[in-house]
Design a protein around this ligand. Sequence first.
Ligand code: BYC
Length: 317
Amino acid sequence: MDNVIDLEKQFQEKIDRDQSIEARDWMPDDYRKHLVRQISQHAHSEIIGMQPEGNWLSRAPGLRAKLILLAKIQDEAGHGLYLYSAAETLGVSREEMLDALRTGKAKYSSIFNYPTLTWADMGAVGWLVDGAAIVNQVALQRTSYGPYARAMVRICKEESFHQRQGYEIMAHLAKGTTEQKEMAQDALNRWWWPSIMMFGPHDADSPNTGNAVKWKIKRESNDTLRQRFIDKTIHQADIIGLTIPDKDLKWDETTKHYKYGEINWEEFNNVVKGNGPCNKQRLEQYNKAFEEGAWVREAAEAYAVKKAKKQQQEIAA
Ligand code: BYC
């Protein structure tokens, strides 16, 4: 039997050849742990991410807007489920992951700890938050772990629809009345900086990037993806006549990228530590829904047992 050093060497060679790693393949413990951490955090983000948007379901302006928002929120639930399934292939149970979320041990994206104050926030979330998510997730379609990469393909297609629905709301408000335009600009002002924080700390301060790049879990670094998002979003804001709230934004002819202002990392760290404007509320809401949904889980389990028993009786007969 191969020793661990040989197995690690073969594993890394496979990654270097761009072959994907599958659930039954040998993998180092640290690779497995890294993926469980990232995929479960990603899944939790999708699930908690339903809350800021759910806040506007009963107040969406019109049936069309309501239907689209409802479909988007359902998609996020689906994304969470694919991602929990992908993480389960690594040997962690869904119960363990959900328990970590419920007890506040698990992280989820900082962005979902901000409040959605007006209908324009539904535009800003779709345009900026889903827009940032797409940039990050397009890269993850080529991540080295097969089940995660494949989950990303469908997720990216759906995120693309989400980004467009948000941009459409913003475009519509931006060419509306003075008040509507102000509302759109205000949402952009509040969501811009948290959106660019979604990509995580600068590369030099990102402890997980080293292994993530070596194992091709991350195909591109936090800063590279953040820059890509900024470059493309500035043009989108221009088209609809809104202003990105960063006085230091400047086109750099040498790098062919926009320079941007200082990110408030103190705010980011505070939100990640659980002290953002809505951290407490998000967790309480999740726990409430979890408790209220216990009967559904129990009924599903009882039905599964009943069905299995019936099947056994049919086989025996
Ligand atoms: N928020 O070493 P780093 C969505 C943590 S869902 C909170 O750079 P990494 C959507 C990080 O976990 C969007 N924590 O980490 C849903 C680490 O702490 P730990 C979610 C953050 O993993 C519904 C520490 O900071 N997308 O799109 O190499 C509606 C150091 O960071 C954040 C994903 O999860 C943050 N923003 O890179 C609409 C994508 N950033 O774990 C939209 C998958 C960093 O060591 N995840 N931290 O205790 C990733 O691509 C990477 O995990 C990240 C961070 C780029 C986020």
